[in-house]
Design a protein around this ligand. Structure first.
Ligand code: SIN
Length: 307
């Protein structure tokens, strides 16, 4: 299903006039570069404006940052507790800083973050905010793309919004887990460094597959903004509906939320630091840089039970 929807009157990614930072919008739909800031020596005033800008633009990025694991941990903790990551393990001595690394000679069908997704929605309390620090970046490729799911919600008809109100989506890692199991069987990841630390069908993996039911329209706890909580990777059904009924609604919503008009795309460079609000956008990584190394470090902020 391909829609060409460019509704007018709903887009507003203009920058607020801040005192301590400068926000430079990336696309009409979302995203902004934040200039005039060193994340290693952030002031409280700058942080307050960054938090405001994050909820407004959904995804922020900073260029040319030189930060340590401690700096990334400190910046993450300004937003709240660390989130729990279902897939990865931390670097030695920094259990909450997860390496996301693909070596130049690694060839894999599935990379970490491939497929449109919001982070770990199969958990009762999915991570609210995710952050990535780019260290080694391919000369081209390896971009990340986001879609603004609050803008997508605003662009639905009143009738569709009413229909969705009160529905609960089944978020499950069933697809990801069975792909990982198949990759393992095929031996594709044999002997290669992989970002996915946990792939056995242990209790924890089974809990990821069982997943959780969350509101299909969620309300942001800080701003009250409503957004679609739907993605391609984890949204598997709707409570109380047959799979055929759910699939027709989810199929429409997945195509709707990922329209190019709602997106922005980031070209990384060494020292680029990005963060996004998983409650307000979905994202995906590209598996398009074979032959080049990509090394990133990821942290997440714990979220709340979606309402
Ligand atoms: C992610 O989905 O968190 C990873 C995104 C990326 O590596 O570009």
């Amino acid at each position: 299903m391909a829609m060409q929807l460019h509704p007018t009157g709903f887009f507003d990614n203009s920058a607020r006039q801040y005192k301590y930072i400068t926000a430079l919008p990336l696309s009409a739909a979302m995203g902004a570069e934040i200039a005039g800031v060193s994340l290693a020596s952030l002031t409280d005033e700058q942080f307050a404006e960054i938090e405001d800008a994050l909820y407004r633009h959904k995804m922020l990025y900073f260029r040319d940052q030189e930060i340590s694991f401690e700096d990334q941990e400190a910046f993450t903790r300004r937003f709240g507790e660390f989130g729990i990551d279902a897939y990865t393990s931390g670097v030695p001595g920094h259990e909450n800083v997860q390496p996301v690394i693909k070596e130049a000679d690694t060839k894999t069908k599935m990379i970490f973050g491939s497929g449109w997704h919001t982070d770990s929605p199969f958990m009762e309390t999915p991570p609210a905010i995710s952050m990535l620090y780019g260290v080694d970046i391919p000369p081209y490729g390896g971009d990340t793309i986001w879609c603004n799911s609050a803008l997508a919600y605003r662009c639905l008809s009143d009738t569709m919004r009413n229909l969705l109100e009160g529905l609960r989506v089944h978020m499950s890692a069933a697809g990801v887990v069975s792909n990982l199991e198949a990759m393992k069987r095929e031996g594709l990841s044999k002997g290669q460094k992989t970002t996915f630390a946990r792939t056995e069908r242990d209790e924890q993996t089974q809990a990821m597959v069982d997943g959780w039911f969350h509101p299909i329209v969620r309300t942001h706890p800080k701003t009250g903004e409503k957004s679609l909580y739907v993605d391609h990777t984890y949204s598997h059904g709707i409570q109380g509906m047959t799979s055929e009924e759910a699939e027709s609604i989810l199929g429409f919503l997945k195509a709707h939320v990922t329209q190019p008009a709602f997106s922005c795309r980031l070209r990384w460079s060494p020292g680029t630091f990005a963060l996004w609000d998983n409650r307000l956008c979905i994202h995906q990584a590209f598996n398009d840089y074979d032959g080049f190394r990509r090394e990133m470090y990821r942290t997440t902020v714990n979220g709340e039970v979606p309402v």
